[in-house]
Design a protein. Structure first.
Length: 166
């Protein structure tokens, strides 16, 4: 009889342990068991992983096929446009030629103006001149003036920052 009670007690203890473990899983944030294969799932089966990888691969292959079709479509459009243009080579762009300005003296009109090593804001700054500084204009190119400061430094300034003296 004692053996039967011990056996029944053991079975009951295992049942309660399983029940408690199940309740602990349900008590996770959100009140739901972890999603299979997620970081919260302690056991991930190989078949589940293989299925997830196959689904992701299939989706990506579909996207690649769509992109390849789009590339082919755009290639056809380019060919049609090139045929309409009559040439596959781009037309050469004219090189801007420096123009000599009509006047040679100018005054800085901005509160301060950067003098640069070339005719664009991407070039390095040589010096910053204050408003009213006098400069000599050496040449003009696309709205930029090559100038020489009173202390002999040369560089480029945007024409909108200067007032050309008559």
């Amino acid at each position: 009889m004692i053996r039967k009670v011990a056996f029944f007690s053991g079975i009951m203890a295992l049942f309660l342990l399983g029940y408690a473990a199940g309740r602990a899983v349900e008590a996770q944030p959100g009140g739901q068991a972890p999603v299979p294969g997620s970081a919260g799932d302690p056991v991930v089966s190989q078949s589940y992983v293989e299925k997830a990888v196959a689904e992701a691969t299939s989706s990506l292959q579909g996207q690649v096929a769509g992109l390849q079709a789009r590339i082919e479509e755009l290639t056809r459009v380019i060919a049609v446009l090139e045929a309409q243009q009559g040439t596959n080579t781009p037309l050469p762009q004219p090189t801007p030629q420096p123009q000599q300005p009509k006047v040679t003296q100018a005054t800085v009109t901005a509160s301060s103006a950067n003098v640069r090593t070339g005719p664009d804001t991407s070039y390095a700054r040589v010096v910053t001149l204050p408003q009213g500084a006098k400069v000599t204009v050496l040449e003009e190119q696309n709205g930029w003036f090559k100038i020489k400061t009173e202390d002999g430094k040369t560089g480029w300034m945007l024409g909108t920052l200067l007032k050309i003296e008559p």
